[in-house]
Design a binder for this molecule. Structure first.
Ligand SMILES: CC(C)(COP(=O)(O)OP(=O)(O)OC[C@H]1O[C@@H](n2cnc3c(N)ncnc32)[C@H](O)[C@@H]1OP(=O)(O)O)[C@@H](O)C(=O)NCCC(=O)NCCS
Length: 147
């Protein structure tokens, strides 16, 4: 499995993967397209040797604060370390860019993602009550200091 920068040609695969992942950030196709139209966003994909996309991560740089906005691995490829490799890639990119911390929000019930982020060094720094809808749920705020 390789990780490379996402391009606009990966968009269809990314949207398809997110559409069947209930707990991923719920983005419209337009929102996905903005990844490649706006500065300050970084997206990486995990690909097979045949260059089939099996996962992606999207991060946003807000001055020296970075945010992981979305990370999804296709069901058939989970628990193989791909999610962790994608998150680590985004974290290393943020570090190289001079970020001082990287943070994210995650559904309080999304134990797979919470464990993944904990394995990558993130710590819980807050909670937003009933942040998510459908179903209503709190968001945990997780932060990884980079300095
Ligand atoms: C969360 C997600 C990206 C994890 O991807 P993944 O490639 O399966 O994760 P990894 O294989 O790198 O797992 C790394 C560690 O995270 C934890 N983890 C991942 N999935 C887990 C699960 N289902 N249950 C428990 N722990 C889990 C484990 O500690 C794992 O290490 P281990 O396999 O050595 O025990 C994937 O489950 C997914 O796409 N979920 C749907 C979308 C989503 O919820 N995204 C997060 C939005 S904030």
């Amino acid at each position: 499995m390789n990780i490379r920068r996402a391009t606009i040609d990966d968009l269809t695969a990314m949207i398809g993967m997110a559409a069947v992942a209930d707990t991923s950030a719920r983005w419209s196709a337009g929102h996905f397209a903005q990844i490649f139209g706006e500065t300050g966003r970084e997206a990486f994909v995990a690909v097979t040797p045949e260059d089939a996309v099996v996962g992606f991560v999207v991060a946003r740089a807000i001055t020296v604060e970075w945010e992981i906005e979305n990370v999804v691995v296709s069901r058939a490829h989970r628990r193989q370390g791909i999610g962790k490799a994608l998150v680590t890639t985004a974290v290393e990119r943020a570090r190289l860019a001079g970020a001082v911390r990287i943070h994210l929000e995650v559904r309080a019930s999304n134990s797979a993602a919470i464990r993944l982020y904990a394995a990558a060094g993130f710590q819980e720094t807050g909670r937003r009550m009933e942040y998510y809808s459908d179903p209503n749920e709190d968001a945990l705020l997780l932060t990884l200091p980079l300095t």
